[in-house]
Design a protein around this ligand. Structure first.
Ligand code: MN
Length: 734
């Protein structure tokens, strides 16, 4: 633990006029106040405020800030009072400690309104004095450094809050060094596997490229010195978290990241910055579009530098950031550096009213605060200012979820948990049902409804905002689709073996995999399911001597709807309930939502009760046609694509299937209403209606409806026929 004289020494090193009496008094007072309190690590509690103070001495902050840091937990955690602190240390320090006490309650994340209230306290405190926020960030940094000792269930929440609130806040205030460390620590705790993976890859790269970096450093320093530019060149590597964020945001692989390495060139003055760029651009090839001048146009948080990317030795891309020493300090310490550099002396309270953009931003935010009356209104304003590229939403129990602007409830669901995203079927925003792909607004409370056994629709992938959601959807749909094809393939192959009078086993298929050029059984089956490989090939791969018995023309059976003549199928036998072979040898069709890649023929699909046939379309799976469909003649020459299928519908599921009917009706007012009413009265959905005039008196309406089954459809047709305005009703099958 830091000794009393060490603390004073640290401050005196950058501020010889430090108020030693106050520092010493704070040390003794806080030590006594915290007494025998212990931290989760078992260390005396007092070591914590001292470490927080030490972090702030590294930023060379004024002694009021240091004293406030030493005292920051006394009012909240000990018997100390504001009055006592005012009396002993003056009201300036009293106010700082009071502000920190208020902020401490921000850690107790609870209901949304309370959170907003806390946020308000945070910023109001900041408005009073930006040093409160500096102490708060240092406090959070030390807590993150010692997070390992905290109970695991609390760890994740603290780490998440750090990523959501404190790290971006540090970034906004230009304190890059602090931000990097906060993110790094939070990342380690939240995603240890990802962290380990990226850290290992970075270490690997460092070893491989170490020489190149040293070479570039040396060459560039010499080159610049030869032109009379005094520069410090240092190689640097991206932080694991920023690598991760980039991979996530752009959905790219580690190998595709081009700017893992970079160089920082620190020079004396602005003119030298541009001279360095001149030298660099003459020496190496420039990557177009990467030159950015943040000196003439500083970033919002006052960051200044010139950036360029070149192709260095070994064809390695490298980003260079060129800046002055002052810019460098501001880039690393942001507002803290401003406090220091303003009129060249250590910051007192006055110098914090500098023209720093960071500070202006705080003021603006605070001005808005004063206007907003309700906490929600406040939160709305604050977040717009604070994180204009983000939206903040809440779970029903008050957890704050930060998302990029434009995010949807699907993004939200994936941010909560991958399983929640994968099984999401509906959303409520602020208690009202909302589409899963609507755009979330600041402050929305989002509730996700989940159902077991769901697969996210593949189209979501292109509609979500977050990389996390996108990659999870891609994974889930790929797995699901692959499993669907393998299931279908297995059924097709099993039947092919049966026809050959053999029993299908995985062992037999396994031994034939090399002949089929597939690595796994699942791959081989999925290939059959996708129509890339025919079941006959699989049988022959297992039994090379097997000759498929080619059947001659098989008559298409007579269905109620018509007679379609002969079909030149070779290996296809139609089967009907009660006829010949067992039903079990037919592929069961449950619906388009089952575990097979199934869809229904457009222009009048099949409904349960219809005799059906499946057509295998590569890349799409099975399309189900009613057997009377004239569209089937298109596949006459491709017998391998025909599959024997049967319905396997659970009545209790009340699923709807598309069918098309053609109604000829009298052209008079109310006809359409009559027809729609009949359909609606029978609880069928109308999907689409196309009306064509037949004559002055008659209209032909092609109606796409959704029905439970054939019986349902027939009932509707009968009732339509019974209407006086209707002259004819026919089912359309293609
Ligand atoms: Mn603390």
């Amino acid at each position: 633990m830091m000794r009393q004289y060490e603390l004073v020494d640290r401050v005196r090193r950058y501020n010889p006029q430090a108020d030693e009496v106050s520092l010493n008094r704070a040390y003794v007072y806080a030590m006594k106040a915290h007494g025998a309190q212990k931290r989760a690590s078992g260390d005396p509690y007092f070591s914590h405020p001292l470490e927080v103070a030490a972090i702030l001495t590294d930023m060379k902050l004024d002694d009021s800030t240091i004293v406030a840091a030493v005292l920051h937990d006394t009012i909240e955690d000990t018997d100390s009072t504001r009055e006592e602190i005012d009396k002993l240390f003056g009201s300036d320090i009293g106010r700082l400690v009071d502000g920190l006490t208020k902020l401490k309650r921000l850690d107790l994340v609870s209901k949304r309104a309370e959170q907003a209230e806390n946020f308000r306290k945070l910023l109001l405190a900041v408005a009073e004095d930006v040093r409160v926020l500096l102490v708060k960030l240092a406090d959070r940094l030390h807590n993150m450094r010692t997070l390992y000792f905290v109970a695991p269930e609390k760890r994740a929440r603290i780490a998440e809050e750090t990523l959501d609130i404190y790290a971006p806040l540090a970034g906004r205030m230009g304190m890059q060094t602090l931000r990097d460390e906060l993110e790094d620590l939070a990342f380690r705790h939240l995603m240890p596997d990802a962290y380990a993976m990226i850290a290992a890859r970075l270490a690997d790269l460092r070893q491989k490229n170490g020489k190149i970096i040293a070479t570039i450093e040396k060459e560039l320093t010499a080159e610049l010195a030869a032109r009379g530019i005094d520069a410090r060149v240092e190689g640097r590597q991206k932080q694991p978290y920023s690598v991760w964020r980039k991979m996530e945001r752009k959905s790219i692989a580690f190998e595709q990241l081009s700017d893992i390495f970079g160089f920082r060139v620190v020079v004396e003055n602005v003119e030298d910055c541009y001279r360095v760029i001149g030298v660099v651009h003459t020496k190496w090839a420039v990557v177009p579009g990467r030159f950015k001048d943040y000196i003439s146009t500083p970033k919002q948080n006052d960051y200044q530098s010139v950036h360029t990317t070149v192709v260095g030795p070994g064809r390695q891309r490298a980003e260079l950031q060129v800046r002055t020493a002052l810019m460098h300090d501001i880039a690393r310490n942001g507002i803290a550096a401003h406090a220091l550099y303003k009129d060249g002396r250590i910051a007192g309270k006055e110098s914090l009213t500098s023209e720093s953009r960071s500070y202006q931003w705080l003021r603006r935010t605070v001005a808005l605060l004063a206007e907003g009356d309700t906490p929600e209104e406040f939160l709305e304003h604050t977040k717009l200012e604070l994180f204009h590229d983000q939206v903040f939403c809440f779970t029903p129990n008050g957890r704050l979820i930060a998302l990029p602007r434009g995010a949807t409830p699907v993004d939200f669901a994936y941010a909560v948990h991958t399983d929640v995203g994968n099984s999401a079927v509906g959303a409520k925003i602020n208690g009202r049902h909302a589409p899963l792909l609507s755009e979330l607004q600041n402050g929305d409370e989002v509730e996700i409804a989940c159902a077991e056994g769901q697969t996210p629709p593949a189209v979501w992938e292109g509609l979500v905002m977050t990389g996390k959601a996108r990659s999870a959807i891609r994974r889930a749909t790929r797995d699901a689709v692959r499993a669907q094809y393998a299931t279908l393939g297995r059924q097709i192959v099993t039947r092919a073996f049966e026809r050959a009078g053999k029993a299908f086993t995985e062992d037999k298929l396994k031994s034939a995999l090399p002949r089929l050029a597939r690595a796994t059984i699942e791959e081989a089956l999925a290939a059959v399911g996708r129509g890339e490989m025919f079941s006959g090939d699989v049988v022959r791969a297992v039994y090379p001597e097997f000759m498929e018995e080619r059947k001659a023309s098989v008559p298409r059976p007579r269905g109620e709807a018509g007679w379609f003549g002969m079909k030149k199928a070779t290996s296809l036998v139609f089967k009907f309930p009660g006829g010949g072979e067992s039903d079990q040898s037919l592929i069961p069709i449950q619906s388009s939502h089952g575990d097979l890649p199934v869809r229904f023929a457009p222009n009048g699909g099949a409904v349960p009760g219809d005799r059906i046939v499946g057509i295998l379309t590569p890349g799409e799976g099975i399309t189900i046609y009613p057997i009377q469909s004239p569209d089937l003649t298109a596949f006459d020459e491709e017998p391998e694509r025909w599959l024997d299928v049967r319905w396997d519908i659970e009545e209790s599921r009340h699923e709807l299937f598309p069918a098309r009917i053609c109604v000829t009706a009298i052209n008079e007012p109310g006809t359409l209403g009559t027809i729609a009413t009949v359909i609606g009265d029978h609880a069928a959905n109308i999907d689409n209606i196309v009306i064509k005039p037949l004559s002055a008196d008659f209209r032909e309406m092609t109606i796409d409806i959704e029905v439970n089954d054939l019986k349902h459809l027939n009932t509707i047709v009968s009732h339509l026929r019974a209407r006086p305005v209707v002259s004819k009703v026919e089912r359309v099958n293609g």
